[in-house]
Design a protein around this ligand. Structure first.
Ligand SMILES: Nc1ncnc2c1ncn2[C@@H]1O[C@H](COP(=O)(O)OP(=O)(O)O)[C@@H](O)[C@H]1O
Ligand SMILES: [Mg+2]
Length: 358
C-alpha cells in the first residue's frame, strides 16, 4: 500500500472541529509537528495552557479521524500548551521546536519490558560513562510517572529559565538532566492523564535549552505504552538499548518491547543483562540468582548485539539510590569497568565517536 501523505492527514483533520471555536483544526492552525512515517502518523494540537485538559475530546476526535484513513496503522496525537498558540496575531514560534534536534546529534533510548529491572540505574551509569569517554551527554528522564534520574544523579532544585518558554537543564558529573521530577513536586506526576503526559514529554524535548550535545540518553518508562511510541515518532531515535533481567517472565516483556521498536523502525542497538550474577564477597563464588544467559540467548536469536552483563551488586544499588553512580564513586571497581565497557561498545555500535569528531 502507498505511504500516507500529509495532505491526506490534513484533509481528514479539516473535518474535525474545535467546538469552542466552531472551526476545524487546520483552519485554526492548531496542527503542528505533523510527522508521517510510512503508515504511522503523529502530530500535536497546540492550545493555550488553560485549555489543555479540556481538549481531550477534540484530541480523541482528531486521532479517530486520522486512524480512519485507510492504511494508517498508528496515530499519536498530543496536546501541547503554548501561550502563543491559537491566536491569529501571534503565530506559533516553530523555531523553538527545531532547536533541540538540530543541536543534539543522537537520541538513544534505554528501555525495558517491565519496571524494576535496573533501566534507570543503567541509563545513569551509561550516561556518566559516555561522558568519561569525552562525549557531551544529556539524560532525558521520560518516565514521567516515576522519574528517578534526579535521585540517581544526585540532582535537585528547579531548572532556571533560559528566556521565553525555555528552561536550562540541571547538571551533575558533567551530564545534563531534565526530568519531570525537577519540574513538579513529588508524586504530582502520578495522577497525570495520558494527553498531559504526552505534552510533558513534548515540552521536555522542545523547551529545554540542551545546547550542543553528542547524545541524549532517554530513560523510558517500563513497557510499551504511548510515551515510547510518541517518543519514537517525535525525536528520530537513533536506536534503543534494552535492559532485562534473565528470568523468563522478564523476557516475555522484552519481546514485546523489541517488537514495538521494530514496528516503529527504531534499531535495537543492543541488549544488557542486569542483576544476573551475584558474586559472594567472602568466598568469591558466583551465583546466577535469576537464571543464566537468558538475555544473551534472546539477543543471539534476534541477531542483536549483547552489550554486556551487569552483576547484582550492593555498590550499584547504593550508588544509584544515593545519587552517585558507581562509575563515579568506585571507578576502579569491576562494576564500573563493566559499565564503561558497555559505553564503549555503544559508542561503536551507534557510531558516536565518528559523529563527535573526536
Ligand atoms: N545491578 C544491580 N545490582 C543491585 N541493585 C540494582 C542493580 N540494578 C538496579 N538495582 C536496584 O534495583 C532497583 C530498581 O532499579 P531501577 O534502575 O530503578 O529500575 P527501572 O528503572 O528498570 O525501574 C533500584 O533500587 C536499583 O538501585
Ligand atoms: Mg526507571
Amino acid at each position: 500500500m502507498a505511504d500516507i501523505t500529509e495532505h491526506q492527514v490534513l484533509t481528514a483533520l479539516r473535518k474535525v472541529e474545535d467546538p469552542s471555536q466552531g472551526k476545524d483544526l487546520v483552519t485554526l492552525d492548531m496542527v503542528t509537528g505533523l510527522h508521517v512515517k510510512k503508515s504511522n502518523v503523529s502530530f500535536a494540537l497546540q492550545v493555550p495552557p488553560h485549555r489543555g485538559p479540556a481538549m481531550e475530546p477534540v484530541r480523541r476526535a482528531a486521532e479517530a479521524a486520522v486512524r480512519a484513513i485507510p492504511g494508517v496503522t498508528s496515530t499519536t496525537v498530543m496536546v501541547t500548551a503554548h501561550s502563543s498558540a491559537a491566536t491569529a496575531e501571534t503565530p506559533p514560534d516553530t523555531t523553538v521546536e527545531k532547536v533541540i534536534e538540530s543541536r543534539v546529534r543522537r537520541f538513544i533510548a534505554v528501555a525495558s519490558g517491565k519496571g524494576g529491572v535496573g533501566k534507570s540505574t543503567t541509563a545513569a551509569n551509561l550516561a556518566v560513562a559516555l561522558k568519561l569517554e569525552g562525549l557531551r551527554v544529556g539524560i532525558l528522564d521520560a518516565d514521567v510517572y516515576g522519574p528517578s534520574q534526579p535521585r540517581m544523579l544526585g540532582v535537585s532544585g528547579r531548572p532556571a529559565s533560559a528566556g521565553g518558554d525555555m528552561v536550562v537543564p540541571l547538571e551533575n558529573y558533567g551530564v545534563k538532566l531534565m526530568s519531570m521530577g525537577l519540574l513538579v513536586p513529588d508524586n504530582t506526576a502520578m495522577i497525570w492523564r495520558g494527553p498531559m503526559v504526552q505534552s510533558a514529554l513534548t515540552q521536555m524535548l522542545d523547551n529545554v535549552a540542551w545546547g550542543e550535545l553528542d547524545v541524549i540518553i532517554v530513560d523510558l518508562p517500563p513497557g510499551t505504552g504511548d510515551i515510547q511510541i510518541s517518543l519514537a515518532q517525535q525525536v528520530n531515535l537513533s536506536g534503543a538499548v534494552i535492559v532485562s533481567t534473565p528470568q523468563d517472565i522478564a523476557l516475555l516483556d522484552v519481546v514485546k518491547a523489541l517488537t514495538m521498536f521494530e514496528k516503529a523502525e527504531v534499531p535495537i542497538l543492543g541488549m544488557i543483562q542486569n542483576m544476573a550474577i551475584w558474586k559472594c564477597p567472602d568466598c568469591g563464588r558466583e551465583d546466577h540468582i535469576f537464571g543464566e544467559g537468558g538475555v544473551a540467548t534472546e539477543a543471539r536469536r534476534r541477531g542483536v548485539e549483547m552489550l554486556g552483563e551487569v552483576p547484582l551488586s550492593l555498590s550499584i544499588r547504593v550508588g544509584g539510590d544515593g545519587g552517585s553512580p558507581v562509575v563515579v564513586t568506585e571507578p576502579r571497581s569491576v562494576q564500573a569497568k563493566i559499565f564503561r565497557t558497555i559505553a564503549r561498545r555503544l559508542i561503536d555500535v551507534a557510531g558516536l565517536r565518528l559523529e563527535a569528531g573526536r
